[in-house]
Ligand binder design. Structure first.
Ligand SMILES: *[C@@H]1O[C@H](CO)[C@@H](O)[C@H](O)[C@H]1NC(C)=O
Ligand SMILES: *[C@@H]1O[C@H](CO)[C@@H](O)[C@H](O)[C@H]1NC(C)=O
Ligand SMILES: *[C@@H]1O[C@H](CO)[C@@H](O)[C@H](O)[C@H]1NC(C)=O
Length: 430
């Protein structure tokens, strides 16, 4: 209770502190957000809601494993350390099923921002915390994770700076030691997981949140190819559908950021050849292009007002020099009617970008109208009495129905503020 809640929070704070440095330099505010998130939840004691970021009651702690064989192929984190993952063995009817979850954490777009990452968990296994809690989609309690609780589960750590799609040919040659080995890390990880039992998988779900959601889409079809033909394989991207949208000044801030990431780290080699042949590689890093070429069934969980996208794509700092959007960026409740109109425009762009995908029979989606980011790895959001719902379905139920073909799932929420089950992050409190 009070004590354990505090412990949960301390864990988050500690975890988040180092990332603040990155957030300041690069584009990965996500983890910093979590500090604020846990903070804003802690102030809601009176509301009688449990803090979904307090994982102390619900998690299992799972140790970090380094990929020793990565040394043989030079599959290193940005700083030259070995990449890693956390593995929890499946049991019972889940013994031959595998769920992978790729960690997020933005991207780095300059030598200097990538170099700063070397001193954080997002660029070096020396700084990765261990053990880590498994909760939400990684949870082992059937009441919190009804369909995947007893599967083999892997949390994949992110330490390359380009969603596991960087290539060594692009490493700086001027003596700066910086490793761009994302694609090699991915391959080394997959080799290791296949060797510890994944090659016998009957069912497999590759998932990830944010930059890990993007990695999921990039590697979805190649993951499918690794497993036997009769294995059921699907992919789930959580808050990974980054839109190729202009900011409020009309600048292509996000595309130009992706352009820097792609060129700095040689990402084009990991993108679909047909796309790269047709258009600039930076555009091919956007999910709206990636999903056109994926053959494996995909599920998209994404809030229509993804707070990361609002703060970095639609209203990046540079687009709001006078601070007119300051409060609205921190809490959707603080937006006035004209600002809400602009957020609705962003939602419309998302729905338009999803138009073709919506027609794909094997595809699934859960697009809720909440002001939040990742929603699959926190127990209270993924599946609980207080979870955000669409048509009375939690995200876990929707993903389960889609994975096991119980029914078609194309859940699109009505626009803000119509859904009372949403949890909207609010950083203006206190
Ligand atoms: C964004 O657009 C404005 C207005 O068109 C322009 O003045 C400004 O230089 C642009 N900023 C960036 C960072 O490109
Ligand atoms: C909403 O806020 C913005 C920025 O402060 C302001 O320019 C705009 O006029 C406001 N709109 C309404 C309808 O109040
Ligand atoms: C919503 O689902 C819950 C079970 O998850 C059920 O108890 C409740 O009656 C449902 N509510 C409506 C309005 O259908």
């Amino acid at each position: 209770m009070a004590n354990s809640r505090l412990r949960g929070l301390t864990w988050w704070m500690k975890w988040a502190k180092k990332e603040w440095a990155i957030a300041a330099v690069g584009f990965s505010l996500i983890v910093f957000l979590f500090t604020l998130i846990s903070d804003s939840w802690s102030r809601r004691d009176d509301s009688n809601l449990n803090n979904p970021f307090d994982l102390t009651h619900t998690h299992d702690l799972v140790d970090l494993t380094l990929v020793r064989n990565a040394k043989n192929t030079g599959a290193f984190c940005l700083d030259g350390s070995l990449p890693g993952y956390h593995f929890q063995k499946g049991f019972g009817s889940g013994s031959n099923n595998w769920l992978l979850h790729v960690e997020g954490g933005g991207w780095c777009n300059t030598v200097s921002s990538c170099s700063s990452r070397k001193f954080t968990r997002l660029g070096s296994s020396k700084y990765m915390e261990s053990p880590v809690p498994f909760s939400g989609i990684l949870g082992r309690d059937p009441s919190q994770n009804p369909d995947f609780f007893n599967w083999n589960k892997v949390k994949i750590r992110y330490c390359d700076g380009a969603s596991f799609a960087s290539h060594p040919e692009s490493e700086p040659k001027n003596g700066k030691s910086l490793f761009f080995r994302g694609q090699l890390i991915w391959e080394a990880l997959m080799d290791e997981l296949l060797s510890i039992g994944m090659s016998n998988a009957k069912q497999a779900l590759l998932s990830g949140c944010s930059a890990g959601g993007l990695a999921t889409l990039i590697h979805c079809d190649s993951f499918r190819e690794l497993l036997p033909k009769d294995t059921t394989v699907k992919c789930l991207a959580d808050a990974g559908f980054f839109l190729d949208e202009k900011d409020i000044l009309g600048n292509r801030t996000m595309r130009s950021f992706y352009n820097d990431v792609v060129h700095l780290q040689g990402v084009a080699k990991s993108l679909h050849k047909d796309c790269v042949a047709r258009m600039e590689p930076a555009k091919c890093l956007f999910p709206q292009e990636i999903i056109k070429n994926i053959k494996t069934p995909v599920f998209l969980v994404n809030p229509a007002y993804d707070i990361w996208q609002i703060q970095n794509i639609l209203i990046p700092d540079a687009s709001d020099p006078h601070g007119n959007w300051r409060n609205c960026r921190l809490s959707i409740h603080s937006c006035n009617s004209s600002q809400i109109g602009i957020l609705q425009g962003f939602r419309n762009s998302l729905l338009k970008a999803l138009g073709e995908f919506q027609k794909i029979k094997e595809g699934g989606m859960f697009i809720n109208s909440c002001f939040i980011h990742c929603q699959t790895w926190m127990a209270e959001i993924w599946h609980s009495a207080k979870s955000p719902r669409i048509n009375n379905m939690t995200i876990a139920e929707s993903v389960g129905d889609w994975f096991f073909n119980r029914k078609a799932v194309k859940q699109i929420d009505c626009p803000y503020p119509c859904n009372p089950t949403c949890y909207h992050l609010d950083f203006t409190r206190g």
